[in-house]
Write a protein that binds this ligand. Structure first.
Ligand SMILES: *[C@@H]1O[C@H](CO)[C@@H](O)[C@H](O)[C@H]1NC(C)=O
Ligand SMILES: *[C@@H]1O[C@H](CO)[C@@H](O)[C@H](O)[C@H]1NC(C)=O
Ligand SMILES: *[C@@H]1O[C@H](CO)[C@@H](O)[C@H](O)[C@H]1NC(C)=O
Ligand SMILES: *[C@@H]1O[C@H](CO)[C@@H](O)[C@H](O)[C@H]1NC(C)=O
Ligand SMILES: *[C@@H]1O[C@H](CO)[C@@H](O)[C@H](O)[C@H]1NC(C)=O
Length: 648
């Protein structure tokens, strides 16, 4: 699994240098580069000390040397320092290296074996303090960009000096790199640190050609050059590498994000529990005893975010519950945005009537910041896909004053978890000047003015019509036809797709009727239940538990039948309030609010599992909810969660 480095150096200034003291000590020995493996042509795996790295020399940047010694053609680690001043001083070098030490988990002192300076200015030099300081770092090589050429002759020390005559280095990132002599000159390539995927959350690692915050992508989003597996071995067998990256992911690359890999999903992003997964080993949820359900379908993304400090964000999707429930069991932030907020072009679909894209994160501020940037109006879906009215924008910017507590879905089953929820609500209402009121989903469904005479069960049955019809038309039909033509047999499928892809359950007319019923219901819902006012986008916020009410749900089916455990999804539709936003198109986010202990049937001791709550607002009120999340983080009510066994 490939990890990559991330550095946003320009944003940070003047950090102090306590760690650096270790490296100014000449007695510190640098580890020699040890070759481990050569993968595809040009891909090398090597170690420095105990740490394993990867580099892709095919995409190296080649620089010509004007002067300096030849090397023997083997790879050597280098540290690239970009000067923004024509006179480089000891303080400058010390500050930069200190920043690398603190912010870059790829960098360490082993990369100081060769130090490489480039400069924005046309002409630059190292002053006497810089040269003095360099000798304490004990590099064996100094490589100087073209700008240093004029003054290179007075730069000497116990190192060889190579002066470059080209300036391609501008395209190289600052920090750790590797280089070697090739026919073209000095070939310098980006270096990645390799991490082990203990949680088994990833299908593949990938490495990028740009720098930025690291993110992982659920393996239903196309990445150019890579087969999208969609969690299905049969699908993989009939698929070619994608020729275009999905626009949702393109947007993130354009914003400077770095994709580190594609994460596992259930077959075709279904809601399957771990014991149903057939083609893929289900990711391990790192929380608690490590044997709790990872849920589905965005399980790899949620597990990876809950497990790995080196990962900043992970992309998933939510058709029925697929962002919110994995976020709940992993104890991380994750949203189902308002329906239509992100194009799903280039993404393996279930249902255009209900599919949405979301992002998992541990840090509420980073999560909000990412979401505000990602969901840009240019990427909103066309209303012909969503089948819903245009977003209402005729409202004020205040926060809602009411939080609705659904009496038919709460309290949480585990009283200890309900206590945490009550504590959370007390803090929120106090800090935000809000009130809690009781609310009844079942009754509010019955009261909707249109469509006439529907109850909750009959209304939500239309969800199933949209899901199954669209899934068959968009995926099932072509999968079965292509697979049978090529391999002469029905594709290997998990339930419920095994039956669903055989023949359509509903006609196109029934499908159209279901979409129309949903449109009418959403229109009424947005006038009568969750509506905008002159002050605010969403008059209230509705609480939602998409999880187990604070009881452990294990990845082993039978354990969930015992009294102090729970299945995540009760059978049938509307078993949790998680089905309501897929139907009405509203926004539902999962936020971690605490943790409870449980007696683990696997480890036979007390363990800790996260408690989360869903916050539902009217469709189109995403920005308002992000504002609220930020305010709750400011008030220290929402917090950054940890990776690993305990979220808090
Ligand atoms: C050196 O380059 C930096 C960055 O482009 C610029 O801000 C600075 O003014 C330049 N200094 C001189 C003396 O040219
Ligand atoms: C090298 O020469 C430049 C220009 O003459 C000067 O500014 C710089 O201080 C010199 N460096 C040393 C180490 O003498
Ligand atoms: C990508 O592949 C699809 C399906 O094979 C094809 O229709 C499309 O033209 C291709 N796009 C590009 C940019 O090559
Ligand atoms: C919610 O409303 C339904 C339908 O009106 C009613 O049957 C049910 O008792 C209510 N639930 C609670 C907890 O009040
Ligand atoms: C369930 O939990 C309660 C409270 O911890 C405990 O008293 C009871 O024995 C447990 N029941 C089972 C079947 O494990």
């Amino acid at each position: 699994m490939f990890g990559v480095r991330t550095l946003a150096l320009s944003a940070v200034a003047g950090l102090i240098t306590s760690i650096l003291a270790d490296h100014t000590d000449q007695s510190v020995k640098q580890n020699a580069l040890k070759h481990v493996d050569t993968k595809a042509v040009g891909e090398h795996i090597f170690q420095l000390g105990d740490i394993t790295y990867f580099t892709d020399t095919i995409h190296a940047t080649c620089e010509q040397a004007a002067s300096g010694p030849d090397t023997d053609g083997s790879l050597f680690p280098i540290t690239h320092i970009i000067a923004d001043t024509p006179v480089v001083t000891a303080n400058f070098i010390e500050d930069v290296i200190s920043k690398y030490e603190q912010e870059d988990d790829v960098f360490n002192a082993d990369f100081l074996q060769a130090i490489f300076f480039t400069c924005f200015n046309a002409s630059a030099t190292l002053d006497a303090s810089a040269i003095q300081y360099l000798s304490t770092l004990n590099p064996s090589k100094l490589i100087l960009g073209k700008a240093f050429g004029d003054h290179a002759s007075n730069i000497t020390g116990s190192f060889s000096v190579t002066v470059l005559s080209t300036t391609n280095a501008a395209s190289l990132p600052p920090g750790p790199l590797v280089a070697r002599s090739e026919d073209c000159g000095l070939a310098i390539s980006t270096v990645y640190r390799l991490y082990t995927d203990d949680t088994r959350a990833f299908v593949d690692g990938v490495y990028p050609t740009s720098e930025g915050q690291r993110f992982a992508v659920k393996d239903i989003f196309n990445l150019q050059g890579i087969i999208t597996t969609s969690g299905s071995a049969s699908w993989t067998r009939i698929s070619e590498p994608a020729n275009v990256t999905a626009p949702a992911i393109r947007r993130l690359l354009d914003l400077g994000g770095v994709i580190v890999g594609k994460t596992k999903t259930t077959q075709f992003a279904s809601a399957a529990e771990p014991w149903v997964w057939d083609d893929v080993y289900p990711p391990l949820n790192p929380r608690g005893d490590g044997m709790l359900s990872c849920s589905g379908s965005s399980a790899g993304s949620a597990s990876a975010i809950a497990a790995y400090d080196w990962l900043d964000y992970a992309i998933g999707s939510d058709t029925g519950t697929s962002m919110r429930r994995p976020a709940a069991v992993a104890g991380v932030y994750g949203q189902r945005p308002s329906h239509g907020r992100m194009t799903l072009e280039g993404v393996t679909p279930i249902s255009y009537s209900t599919d949405t894209a979301g992002v998992f994160c541990r840090d509420p501020y980073k999560w909000v910041k990412f979401s505000r940037l990602w969901y840009t109006p240019a990427l909103y879906q066309d209303r012909s896909l969503t089948g819903l009215p245009a977003y209402d924008v005729s409202h004020g910017q205040s926060l809602p004053k009411r939080i609705l507590y659904p009496v038919d879905y709460l309290p949480l089953k585990n009283p200890a978890a309900e206590n945490i929820l009550q504590g959370f609500l007390t803090k929120v209402t106090r800090a935000m000047n809000m009130e809690i009121e009781q609310f009844n989903w079942t009754a509010s469904f019955e009261k909707l003015s249109q469509p006439a005479d529907f109850n909750l069960a009959r209304l939500l049955a239309n969800l199933l019509v949209m899901w199954t019809h669209e899934h068959y038309e968009l995926v099932g039909k072509s999968l079965v036809t292509m697979y049978e033509a090529r391999y002469g047999s029905y594709p290997r499928l998990e339930p419920p797709m095994r039956d669903r892809f055989r023949s359509p359950d509903y006609s196109s007319a029934e499908h159209e009727a279901a979409r129309e019923i949903r449109r009418l219901a959403a229109e009424a819902f947005e006038q009568q239940v969750l509506y905008s006012t002159a002050d605010t986008c969403s008059e209230s916020i509705i609480l939602s538990d998409i999880s187990t009410g604070g009881l452990p749900a294990y990845r082993e089916e039978k354990l969930n039948l015992s009294p102090n455990a729970s299945f995540l999804a009760p059978p049938g539709i509307a078993g949790t309030s998680g089905d309501f936003c897929p139907f009405f198109g509203c926004m539902d986010v999962t936020v971690p609010i605490g943790q409870v202990s449980y007696w683990s049937k696997k480890t036979l001791r007390e363990e800790t599992m996260p408690v989360t709550i869903g916050l539902i607002v009217k469709r189109g009120c995403d920005l308002m909810l992000y504002d609220l999340i930020e305010k709750l983080a400011d008030a220290d009510i929402l917090k950054t969660v940890n990776t690993g066994v305990r979220a808090f």
